[in-house]
Design a protein around this ligand. Structure first.
Ligand code: ASP
Length: 311
């Protein structure tokens, strides 16, 4: 193995943190889950595994945890269904895979990776994506697997607010999308994102998470996974914009990520955050919401988990 870098892993569990809604129990559970996902992904890197493997490993832990809006714990759409999206990108080769509008895939990030590696395509949707999953032997789960009382209650509240018109259009809270970016010992970067989207979404709505260049992007220099109000991240091509600033303007990772998340997106009217990582192991995690569930294991192997600014 050509060892050129100390491995680094950065993860997020969404930027939709509302400080007043956080209980000490919830906070404890989320921090523990982030630590678990970091440990799982970093073990892959430490053993010489690829950044792609580490990204998938960490995201699967978060998808399986009902505290996050991805996999088990995904929010409900307007019709009372869980509709899942995910994407992944390999920075070294610019290969990418994405899936959207899934109802029966337990770990959407694994299907996104399979689209990248086992199909001739980049993005598959809905029934077609699930047919592809079956064709490669990936089992389908009963859609009831994704049901959680907390998310059901959130939909009920959103529907009530819509009836009484107290909700601001598009302002349904976005909670707990998950993502990971990794740098492996060979110096290769990867990024991945997985989500249930936004509570009460309608008409087959797809956000930024499965859109390569918007919610997920990785190249040889930079890897990004986003969370937030997806429509704005799509319009800003946020993840690609951050990497392009690093590539073409020579911006530092922090400068590029800050300008897009704290400048471009809020100017358009959106909110959220990103995790970003460069080939030298530098990390940036800007957000403009109350908080963003996030964590990393840095070049020195030190673990850090945070929710609010300044942590
Ligand atoms: N970005 C996701 C979406 O718009 C939501 C989120 O990050 O919480 O679907």
């Amino acid at each position: 193995m050509n060892h050129v870098a100390s491995p680094v892993l950065v993860i997020h569990g969404g930027a939709g943190v509302v400080r007043k809604d956080m209980t000490p129990e919830k906070e404890k559970a989320v921090r523990a889950a982030l630590e678990k996902a970091l440990a799982a992904g970093h073990a892959v890197l430490k053993a010489g595994g690829s950044s792609l493997d580490a990204v998938v490993k960490a995201i699967v832990v978060l998808e399986d945890d009902p505290n996050f809006n991805a996999g088990k714990g995904a929010v409900f759409n307007h019709d009372g269904k869980n509709e899942l999206d995910a994407s992944i990108m390999d920075g070294a080769t610019l290969r990418a895979g994405a899936v959207a509008n899934l109802h029966r895939i337990k770990n959407p990030i694994e299907l996104a990776r399979a689209v990248m590696e086992k199909s001739d395509h980049v993005m598959l949707l809905g029934d077609g994506a699930e047919q592809f999953a079956q064709s490669i032997g990936m089992p389908l789960v009963d859609p009831a697997y994704f049901h959680t009382e907390e998310r059901w209650e959130a939909l009920r509240r959103a529907l009530d607010e819509a009836k009484t018109k107290t909700a601001e259009r598009g302002k349904t809270p976005h909670h707990g999308t998950v993502g990971a970016v990794a740098l492996d010992a060979c110096g290769k970067l990867a990024a991945g994102t997985s989500t249930g989207g936004m509570t009460d979404k309608r008409f087959g709505r797809v956000g930024d998470s499965p859109i390569i260049g918007a919610g997920t992007y990785a190249d040889a220099r930079c890897a990004v996974s986003a969370t937030g109000w997806g429509e704005f991240y799509i319009r800003a091509t946020a993840a690609r914009d951050i990497c392009a600033r690093v590539e073409f303007r020579g911006d530092s990772l922090k400068q590029a990520a800050d300008e897009v998340v704290l400048g471009v997106i809020p100017k358009l009217g959106g909110d959220g955050g990103v995790i970003a990582l460069d080939k030298n192991g530098n990390i940036a995690t800007p957000f403009n919401t109350d908080g963003m569930f996030r964590g990393w294991i840095d070049k020195n192997g030190k673990t850090h988990v945070a929710i609010y600014a300044g942590e």
